[in-house]
Ligand binder design. Sequence first.
Ligand code: ZN
Length: 284
Amino acid sequence: MSGTREKPVIVTAAITGSVASSTENPNLPITPAEIADAAVEAAEAGAAIVHIHVREADGTPSAHAELYEEVFDSIRSRSGVLICATTGSGAGRFSEEERLAALSLAPDIASLDAGSMNFGERVFQNPPELLRRLARDMGARGILPELECFDVGMVSNALRLAEEGLLPVTGRWWFQFCLGVRGGAPARAGVILAMRDLLPHGAEWSVLGVGRAQLPVALIAMAEGGHVRTGLEDNAYFRKGEHARSNAQLVRRIAGIAGDLGRGIASVPEARELLGIAPRAVAA
Ligand code: ZN
């Protein structure tokens, strides 16, 4: 076990998402400038990856490539943090074309939701042909897919893509277990370990838990050699009755615990090495 304990924790900060609202937490970043600033602050606090959604001025989820470009350019001008773009559905608003909008902007990583599910009162549709399309598109562009699994069966869906020769697209596996969504797998230790045990040898995996589940699942992941996602997309509160002030505040807490556990957090170069992401070409 000592080998896995020593592996540094890759912390992902999920900056704003598409479901959380300013009503739930007034500190939620909305504009491109707010999202980019929050991402840079989260990176300074220890996040090696920032997971990016964009929003219209009124806070509704957006798929406009110009907004992504503004955010990515602003982050890249100030930070080497790895950028993970969403290909989610914008809470059911986006067409397939819109979901792929950010991939042309060369994010290092992009989410690939590995199956369909009930998501609260909606159906989150990710049919097999979309999964193949996302995997092919990311493969052609050299983008590492983040395989978001909201339930155990989604791990199997990802492995089925591997049987078809569509994964892994960059030679490495990167899974995100997204737990505690109403309609998905509960945020429990047994679920995390069952999902982890299905992974291919050498796969890296991370866990997020929505709401109050976040800290317990982060602790389990860190104790078992996994990685952690936190951020205002998943957690409006820092503790009961107290809004999280920022993404950076949530990242700092995870970084402190990772240090106490003797793992520490992964720098961007360490995260690149663990995930097999080549350094970004330097613009002239
Ligand atoms: Zn997201």
